[in-house]
Design a protein around this ligand. Structure first.
Ligand code: SAM
Length: 275
């Protein structure tokens, strides 16, 4: 008997993966948490039946949410990650020698606990001396922070459940307050095929607060539509104006300095969401 996992990306379209076995399943106080072993993409983390990350394609998302803003900033020292329970984002942040501390505020400790067990390569940075993990609501942490971070990365789930308020204009205003005077934020802002309105709103809200607001993309086969976006808001630094000598050799499989710039070149229908 074959076992398949299907994520319904809309009410009438989805992605399906052949499953070798279920590794863990729990209804936590925040969400349904599953880890499954798939034939094509290895171990896969699901939250509320949505693909969060997989062993095979995780590097794309984690490299692009981190290295674009961190190379855009001229000297990132203190970084905040909201969410990011699988650990991939802090792993990439810690590849930058200028970083003195990365603070991660993750609402669900069960995601961290089971990512360490079943996604060890992704969760490899937990316990690093420069990494501080806080189990709590990223929204509240942002409200309590002032002029503290060079970079803020919002690596959250979809804007439903515990992540609902991480996509509001008030949250972006709180991010601006929590950032230093030359700070940069990046939020994952889903896909232009099924979530165009989310992208349009995120860009507009960011433009009202940050002088530099740009959208960039990458290809993630296990995410809805495969075309994923990030919204970058910056108080001063422009990701398209990074001097060549800022870049240094980095252990990556997707990100390159050329791709950094190219990721901001948008298909026409995507660019129109940013007008
Ligand atoms: N890369 C994935 C994506 O783009 O959907 C996100 C991965 S990560 C697993 C998302 C994390 O956000 C989850 O661990 C979830 O518990 C966390 N999260 C959701 N709402 C949160 C909140 N308000 N504060 C902190 N973490 C939150």
């Amino acid at each position: 008997m074959e076992l398949w996992f299907t994520e319904k990306q809309t009410n009438s379209f989805g992605i399906t993966a052949k499953v070798k076995k279920s590794l863990y399943s729990e209804q936590t106080p925040f969400q349904q948490l599953d880890l499954i072993e798939t034939e094509e993409f290895g171990n896969m983390l699901l939250l509320d039946n949505m693909v969060m990350t997989t062993e095979r394609d995780e590097f794309v998302y984690h490299e692009m949410i981190v290295h674009v803003p961190l190379f855009t900033h001229n000297n990132p020292k203190k970084v905040l990650v909201v969410g990011g329970g699988d650990g991939g984002t802090i792993r990439e942040v810690l590849k930058h020698p200028s970083v003195e501390q990365v603070v991660q505020v993750e609402i669900d400790g069960k995601v961290v606990e089971h990512s360490k067990q079943h996604l060890p390569h992704i969760a490899s940075a937990y316990g690093h001396p420069k990494a501080k993990l806080i189990i709590g609501d990223g929204f509240m942490h942002i409200l309590e922070s002032m002029d503290e971070y060079d970079i803020i990365l919002v690596d959250s789930t979809e804007p439903v459940g515990p992540a609902a308020h991480l996509f509001t204009k008030g949250f972006y205003a709180g991010i601006a307050k929590a950032l230093k005077k030359d700070g940069i934020f990046v939020a994952q802002t889903d896909n232009p095929w099924f979530k165009a309105d989310l992208i349009r709103t995120a860009i507009q809200d960011s433009k009202e607060i940050f002088p530099v607001t740009r959208l960039y993309t990458c290809n993630i086969p296990t995410y809805p539509s495969g075309l994923w976006t990030f919204t970058l808001g910056s108080k001063t630094h422009d990701p398209l104006n990074v001097s060549q000598d800022r870049f240094f050799e980095l252990d990556t499989k997707y990100y390159t300095p050329k791709l950094h710039k190219a990721s901001f070149v948008l298909p026409k229908f995507v660019g129109e969401l940013c007008k």
